[in-house]
Ligand binder design. Structure first.
Ligand code: NAD
Ligand code: TYD
Length: 340
């Protein structure tokens, strides 16, 4: 089987590629990624050594790039991770989010319709459900929670989900959607809370906590997300949405303090800054559908996962230091200068 994985030079997509190459060694994985600022080809260095892996630089919203790849590869499945993914950037520049997250999804699905496919899978987010109040710990997002978005990012992801469901209903394109809570783990770009705080704490720089730090996120170790998507694309029902989360709710302040504790750094580094506009208060997933239908359960508890993550960042300093100084963006030229 050939699977096109879009956005595979980013955080979750790259972890998914390694998960697939390890667990399904007979499958061919083709990564399509535009290498935006969030894509880092150095992340896929080990995958490049595998003959069942191919990297292609291209834009999911560009019909020529997408159709050429379908004609070359005749994929059985597409798993779409490619997206503009940072809420703060979406507040600064919403348009790019609409182009990649919505038009990119449409372009990929049109190719799937045209060339034929056994599954189109959309990697979605719990942020489509909006937020929950902090004083109602009994409330969780289910697959039936109404869509109610807060940021341009979540609005673009929700629009994409609606398009995916429309392509199922109207054209019977065999689709599935997973909506996951916040991920953390290896290869997480240091613009997001956990890697940002690790890299800044190691440099003894102040740690910018938005507002009061009381906002709650439901953290899932990235490998658990990959195992869930793997199950859904192989055994999940078409036309269905599956929520993914592991009941690991923490306030931002608890997360930052856990990182400081692991690094033996003082809490005086914490610096409260102006809150994010429209900041979602709490995300919390009810994962009972994927558990009861597919038997999925997360393997990594937050206390273990955060320890593993801090350890990974300590052992892979070059990976994130190259990002901080911008060197990673030369990697494509280095890797591909003799191949084009
Ligand atoms: P990321 O920002 O780390 O990676 C995104 C990747 O997509 C990058 O490699 C980038 O180069 C690529 N990309 C961007 N625009 C592209 C385009 N037009 N064409 C081709 N490639 C393009 O993102 P991530 O955190 O790995 O998230 C992956 C997916 O998972 C996204 O769809 C996101 O909405 C979803 N998601 C993320 C989280 C999370 O906690 N990070 C949680 C739930 C869902
Ligand atoms: P982030 O990693 O951007 O993910 P998301 O907004 O998609 O949940 O942020 C996680 C939480 O951390 C969110 O409540 C915003 C907060 N945050 C900070 O307090 N400081 C920061 O510097 C960043 C990047 C995020």
């Amino acid at each position: 089987m050939t699977i096109i994985v879009t956005g595979g030079a980013g955080f979750i997509g790259s972890n998914f590629i390694y998960y697939q190459l390890k667990n399904h060694p007979d499958d061919r994985i083709v990564c399509l990624d535009a290498l935006t600022y969030a894509g880092n080809l150095a992340t896929l260095k080990e995958a490049m050594k595998n003959p069942n892996f191919r990297f292609v630089k291209g834009d999911i919203a560009n019909q020529t790039d997408v159709n050429r790849l379908f004609e070359e590869e005749h994929p059985d499945m597409v798993v779409n991770f490619a997206a503009e993914s940072h809420v703060d950037c979406s507040i600064e520049n919403p348009r790019l989010f609409l182009e990649t997250n919505i038009m990119g999804t449409q372009t990929l699905m049109d190719a799937c319709r045209h060339y034929g496919i056994t599954r189109y899978h959309q990697v979605a987010t719990d942020e489509v459900y909006g937020d929950l109040p902090l004083d109602r710990p009994d409330l969780f997002f289910t697959e039936n929670t109404p869509i109610h978005t807060s940021s341009p990012y979540s609005a673009s992801k929700a629009s994409a989900d609606l398009l995916v469901l429309a392509y199922w209903r109207t054209y019977q394109l065999p689709v599935s959607i997973t909506r996951c809570s916040n991920n953390y783990g290896p290869y997480h770009f240091p613009e997001k809370l956990i890697p940002l705080m690790i890299s800044r704490a190691l440099a003894d720089e102040s740690l910018p906590v938005y507002g009061t730090g009381e906002n709650v996120r439901d953290w899932l170790y990235v490998e658990d997300h990959c195992s869930a998507i793997d199950l859904v694309i192989r055994k999940g029902r078409v036309g269905e949405i599956y929520n993914i989360g592991g009941h690991n709710e923490r306030t931002n302040l608890q997360v930052v303090k856990a990182i400081l504790h692991e690094l033996h750094k003082p809490e005086t580094l914490i610096h409260y800054v102006t809150d994010r506009p429209g900041h979602d208060r709490r995300y919390a997933i009810d994962p009972s559908k994927i558990h009861s239908e597919l038997g999925w359960l997360p393997q990594t508890k937050f206390d273990d996962g955060i320890r593993l993550t801090v350890k990974w960042y300590l052992e892979h300093r070059k990976w994130w230091e190259d990002i901080l100084v911008g060197d990673y963006q030369n990697y494509y030229e280095q890797m591909y200068k003799d191949r084009q």
